[in-house]
Ligand binder design. Structure first.
Ligand code: C2E
Ligand code: MG
Ligand code: MG
Ligand code: MG
Length: 294
């Protein structure tokens, strides 16, 4: 019996493994077809100027509307897309869709001329020499000024120090596209990037924010980080703002902009409308914190 049990557990274990491998390879095959099947969707999360509550841009965040598995989040398929070499078409689709959407918003909602769409670019895409041409072509097809596109690059992608990374950075910058370091504060020897990379801004990671924002030590910590970013003449955007207290403190400390569930969760394109823009201008913390410097 003991032997049978042992065998049974071995069989179970390998079957589980097989299952997960099967799921993965099925998912990989489905992912190849997902773009042409129209299953990818972009959600957009507002980015808000903390002093005024104005909507200054949106970050485009990809989801996969899987016909059987429901709405899949990027953490569930981006790595797979990288592994199977499907990242390049996905990146082009994201750029194309986000910039076409910006053009449509401009036709229907009154937006500040500086309103930007912020798109995440993975390490492998940054290393593709074709990226520059893709960006340039899509901008001109959609009639969008380069300054209205911001590409967000995670620190991880820069650890390699690959020469293509810098090639792309310089080329994109020459084009006039905005560049931001994403997830700042989660990586590895990241501080030097603030000085060495030709970027315009920094997205500070939500893990830097605690819920006990009122504690003096907490405030000093955040103030020091913002000062560091400012000392490099970079724009600071905080991610993951979930409470009015966090928004107010960050505004008072001079953080330029922010995004997070407090303002809005990522929403499908129709959710970025006049009503949302108006509601962001009336965010309640502004009344509660009249001392925010102009
Ligand atoms: P990210 O670029 O740092 O995006 C911010 C993530 O934080 C998003 O997760 C967003 O939904 C989430 N978030 C926003 N506000 C809050 C908040 O107040 N609290 C909390 N707890 N979370 C908040 P999401 O959409 O699941 O995306 C995860 C990551 O996937 C992104 O992190 C980005 O690195 C990657 N990603 C998303 N779209 C793309 C894409 O089109 N291309 C590539 N290469 N990567 C993408
Ligand atoms: Mg991002
Ligand atoms: Mg981030
Ligand atoms: Mg990220």
């Amino acid at each position: 019996a003991a032997k049978n049990e042992a065998n049974a557990s071995v069989v179970l274990f390998s079957r589980d493994l097989l299952n997960s491998r099967q799921v993965r390879s099925v998912l990989a095959a489905e992912l190849q077809a997902a773009i042409s099947n129209d299953e990818m969707v972009l959600y957009y999360q507002p980015v808000v100027a903390l002093k005024t509550g104005e909507l200054v841009g949106v970050e485009a965040l990809v989801r996969w509307q899987h016909p059987r598995r429901g709405l899949l989040m990027p953490d569930e398929f981006i790595d797979l897309a990288e592994e199977i070499g499907a990242m390049a078409p996905l990146a082009v689709w994201v750029l194309q869709t986000a910039l076409a959407q910006l053009r449509r918003w401009r036709e229907t909602v009154v937006l500040d001329p500086r309103f930007s769409v912020q798109v995440n670019i993975s390490a492998t895409q940054l290393q593709r020499p074709e990226l520059l041409d893709d960006v340039q072509r899509i901008l001109s097809e959609e009639g969008i000024e380069p300054a209205n596109l911001v590409l967000e690059i995670t620190e991880y992608s820069m650890v390699t120090g690959n020469e293509w990374d810098l090639y792309s950075f310089r080329g994109l910058r020459q084009l006039g596209v905005g560049l931001a370091i994403d997830d700042f504060g989660t990586g590895y020897s990241s501080i030097s990037y603030l000085r060495t990379l030709p970027v315009d801004g920094v997205k500070l990671d939500k893990s830097l924010l605690s819920s006990d924002i009122a504690a003096p030590a907490e405030r000093e910590f955040i103030a020091a980080i913002l000062q560091l970013v400012k000392s490099c003449s970079l724009a600071a955007t905080f991610e993951g703002i979930e409470t009015g207290e966090q928004a107010a403190m960050l505004a008072a400390l001079g953080c330029d902009s922010g995004q997070g569930y407090y303002f809005s969760r990522p929403v499908p394109a129709p959710g970025i409308n006049a009503a949302l823009v108006a509601s962001l201008l009336e965010v309640p913390w502004r009344a509660a914190w009249p001392s925010v410097p102009e």
